[in-house]
Design a protein around this ligand. Structure first.
Ligand SMILES: Nc1nc2c(c(=O)[nH]1)N[C@H]1C(S)=C(S)[C@@H](COP(=O)(O)OP(=O)(O)OC[C@H]3O[C@@H](n4cnc5c(=O)[nH]c(N)nc54)[C@H](O)[C@@H]3O)O[C@H]1N2
Ligand SMILES: Nc1nc2c(c(=O)[nH]1)N[C@H]1C(S)=C(S)[C@@H](COP(=O)(O)OP(=O)(O)OC[C@H]3O[C@@H](n4cnc5c(=O)[nH]c(N)nc54)[C@H](O)[C@@H]3O)O[C@H]1N2
Ligand code: SF4
Ligand SMILES: [Mo]
Length: 744
């Protein structure tokens, strides 16, 4: 059979590498990096190549599943959707909107359906109980940027390709391939930085692969970056190194003075006593940041999912602002994605706490409540108790704190429906599972990550394969759920939801143009000009046309539209980050809010060193890690990715000696939440006093139907994670957990 080639962007992680897929008919022969993709230039990782195995995995669900008498059976779509409809309607009727909860997992951000079809579903559900993986991940950065720049989506990215000094707090992009920073082939980009005389400095309690490649690595005690960042800012002020350059007119001088006061106690020596980073190293780093011509300071999981994650995320922005590196070539900047029209983000600022969680009173952040508190909302009787859960592309039983407690709460729900490919730790609790067609059967455009790219870029990948008869696109499943939630029922045409999204966009545009008469066109005229399949593609065409590079419905004949983008199978390079802060800011006064009011009292209260759990009993601090061949919890069923089990407890030799542990011993790890066992790996790559376990494991739970993963299950580190929340951003504390370790 003749072979054909298809090109598509990998939908697995934020790097968004281009892939070249060789097919014989509908059989995938080979996947490799796409040499002609302008961003990744042939780079890809083992997970991208394994998309082939994901497609053929016999455990991947191909039809809806319905649970009957405790076990799953295959079912048709009509039956499954009708069952969802009748149960959700019944529960809502009996207990109100808040009885239906929604949890969205990470892969939603990697699909066109997630980018466009979640919002109507959330609106139709009208529940306060909306949760997502964001609150075990990046919400601190979203909240901080929301307050500083006016919108939680306005997140600056480091201009790694043009910087002189790249400072990384708590991220491991050599393994994660970057997060809130789309930069495929991160190692190649760092090599280029070093080759042009630049440096990378990493601050991390582990000597990760990123740290090993760095010019300098500083070990830091988990959860204490907030103090080190305060000390860096202290030095900037004390040594008169503050220079806001082109940003000066955008910052209230009062904010600068107040920030100076707020960090006045945090001398490098004071920070050293908490962080265990030598004071002279802190001073040296602060000077280097200030003196570099171009510098970008960046932080990720290790500065987000920690006790003062929101403050850390804000202080990192503050360092970039105080040194005039924000919105500057080689510093940090706002990407300008092709589908977001300039001015479409309203300049109304960012507020949280529009409602609160019922049991703990946690403030809503960006519409969400803390995923760490889902269990208590299910367990606690009363008005608004969660009785039913919809999960979409998520595995909260593995991803969120106090896993065993959440798992027990799920078991008691009245009804649960999961949109997912597998019967895993979470979906085994479902009454109905709705699987989308294979990842290779969907069109792809990165609605989220083009806005976080270190270079402006756009790519549309058409489906590589036709979906099998009877399979459904993700967007169709979400549209069905939206119809169900809005009372139109399981049988309604999913295309109507797509039409409504499009109609809404077109009406907004006409309104912004002063009405149809002034605009000279109607919404239907505009919609009639669009191409692309009914569904996400046609909506994308609309957004591209009115976006910053768009053809403006023919007014700018050289501009982008869906057809033109589709005609570039390797994507379109749209140039380096440009300086456009005045337009990008979404604060009502058009200014940068350097020291947001919302953070002032938290800043005044950071005196106590970060530590979760009972330190007197638990002398070690637990952090997490990622491995190249994993993707959170869900790709351990691919044999090629599961050859070695990296789910070990890393312990420093000094601690191992004191505890009498040897390589390969089993250790019992105990936190305030639970106790688990894991094999010991003794390594100097972890700092003394700290131990590390990867997350995403623990596939030996009864009922999991992932044969490869279950043979090599690992342990679920989130059993150990107590449900502590950084209230400012509703985000769980996942790192720096106090634990005791003993030979088991
Ligand atoms: N291979 C692979 N890639 C992935 C994923 C995966 O599971 N596997 N997951 C994807 C997802 S969803 C995300 S969000 C990204 C995350 O991307 P990253 O944030 O780059 O990845 P992590 O490995 O979580 O890196 C966090 C680092 O913080 C360190 N750390 C822990 N506590 C602290 C602390 O208190 N202070 C400091 N300074 N450092 C600390 C850890 O040692 C670790 O090296 O990765 C994405 N990419
Ligand atoms: N202790 C600790 N806990 C952590 C972390 C940590 O570093 N340490 N990291 C946190 C982070 S950053 C994240 S993002 C979360 C991840 O938490 P989640 O997003 O809740 O979990 P995942 O493991 O990513 O599971 C994704 C699920 O989506 C399914 N899936 C994959 N693709 C699709 C799709 O296209 N459509 C549908 N419908 N389903 C799909 C998979 O089968 C899988 O069941 O975990 C968090 N938990
Ligand atoms: S680095 Fe990420 S985007 Fe690139 S191939 Fe690997 S999983 Fe896919
Ligand atoms: Mo994540």
């Amino acid at each position: 059979m003749t072979q054909t080639r298809a090109y598509r962007v990998c939908p697995l992680c934020e790097a968004g590498c281009g892939l070249e897929i060789t097919l014989s008919g509908d059989r995938v022969e080979k996947i490799r990096g796409d040499q002609q993709h302008p961003m990744s230039q042939g780079f890809c990782c083992p997970k991208g190549i394994a998309l082939k195995d994901l497609h053929t995995d016999p455990d991947r669900l191909r039809t809806p599943m319905i649970k009957e008498n405790g076990s799953f059976r295959e079912a048709g779509w009509d039956e499954a959707l009708r069952l969802v409809e009748s149960n959700l309607a019944r529960i809502r009727e009996e207990s109100g909107n808040d009885a239906l909860a929604l949890y969205l997992g990470n892969p939603n951000t990697h699909t066109m359906a997630g980018g466009l079809f979640i919002r109507p579903l959330v609106k139709a559900l009208r529940t306060k109980n909306f949760y997502s993986a964001s609150t075990v991940d990046q919400m601190p950065k979203m909240a901080a940027c929301g307050w500083i720049y006016g919108n939680p989506g306005r997140i600056p990215v480091p201009d790694v390709d043009r910087t002189d000094l790249f400072v990384v707090f708590g991220a491991n992009p050599f393994v994660s391939n970057g997060s809130l920073m789309t930069a495929p082939d991160f190692p190649g980009r760092v090599r280029a930085l070093q080759a042009r005389g630049g440096q990378m400095i990493v601050i991390d309690p582990a000597e990760t692969r990123t740290a090993q490649a760095a010019d300098r690595h500083l070990f830091i005690r988990p959860g204490t970056d907030v103090y080190m960042l305060c000390a860096i800012i202290h030095v900037l002020f004390a040594q008169e190194l503050v220079s806001t350059r082109h940003l000066a007119d955008l910052i209230d001088p009062g904010d600068i003075a107040d920030l100076k006061d707020a960090v006045s106690e945090w001398t490098p020596a004071a920070a050293e006593s908490v962080c265990r980073v030598p004071a002279d190293e802190i001073t040296r780093l602060a000077r280097q940041i200030a003196e570099a011509d171009k510098c970008a300071v960046y932080g990720r999981m290790g500065t987000s999912t920690v006790r003062h994650g929101t403050l850390c995320s804000w202080l990192i922005e503050a360092v970039n602002i105080l040194t005039g590196n924000l919105d500057r070539q080689g510093g940090t900047g706002f990407a300008r994605p092709a589908h977001v029209p300039d001015g479409s983000i309203p300049k109304k600022g960012f507020a949280t706490g529009r409602w609160h969680s019922r049991v703990s009173g946690a403030a809503e952040v960006a519409g969400e409540l803390p995923a760490a508190l889902m269990a208590e909302e299910m367990e606690t009787p009363g008005d608004g108790q969660i009785r039913s859960l919809i999960t979409i592309a998520g595995n909260p039983v593995v991803a969120v704190p106090e896993s065993q407690r959440l798992d027990a709460a799920l078991a008691k729900l009245d009804f649960m429906v999961c949109v997912d490919y597998y019967i895993n730790e979470t979906t085994r609790r479902a009454d109905v599972i709705l699987p989308p067609a294979s990842l290779l059967c969907h069109g792809h455009y990165d609605f989220f990550f083009h806005g976080l790219s270190v270079r402006n870029f756009a790519a549309y990948s058409p489906p590589v394969l036709e979906k099998a008869p009877g399979e459904k696109d993700k967007w169709e499943i979400l549209a069905h759920l939206t119809h169900i939630a809005s009372g139109r029922g399981a049988a309604a045409d999913p295309g109507q939801v797509a039409d409504q999204i499009l109609g809404g966009l077109a009406e907004n545009l006409i309104r912004a143009m002063g009405g149809p008469e002034k605009a000279g066109v109607t919404r239907d005229d505009l919609i009639g000009m669009l191409s692309g399949r009914r569904g996400p593609e046609r909506i994308l065409d609309f957004l591209l046309r009115i976006g910053p590079y768009g053809d403006n419905f023919g007014l700018k004949p050289d501009g982008i539209n869906f057809d033109r983008l589709s005609a570039s199978p390797h994507g379109m390079d749209l140039g380096p980050l440009s300086s456009w802060i005045e337009k990008a800011l979404a604060t009502p006064d058009g200014k940068i809010h350097l020291f947001p009011q919302q953070l002032r009292s938290a800043m005044a209260q950071i005196k106590t060193p970060a530590r979760t759990g009972r330190p007197e009993k638990r002398t070690l601090e637990l952090i997490g890690r990622r491995h190249l061949r994993t993707n959170n919890s869900w790709m351990h069923n691919i044999p090629a990715l599961s050859k070695n089990n990296p789910c070990t407890l890393q312990v420093h030799p000094d601690d191992a000696g004191a505890l009498g542990l040897e390589n390969g011993d089993f250790a019992e790890i105990t936190s305030d939440a639970a106790g688990i066992c894991a094999p010991v790996e003794i390594t100097e790559q972890i700092m003394p006093g700290v131990v590390s376990l990867p997350h995403g494991w623990g596939h030996d739970m009864e009922g999991v139907q992932m044969r490869v993963a279950s043979q090599n299950p690992g342990v679920n580190t989130n059993r150990l994670t107590p449900g502590e929340v950084d209230w400012l951003s509703a985000t769980a504390v996942l790192n720096g957990i106090a634990v005791a370790v003993a030979k088991s």
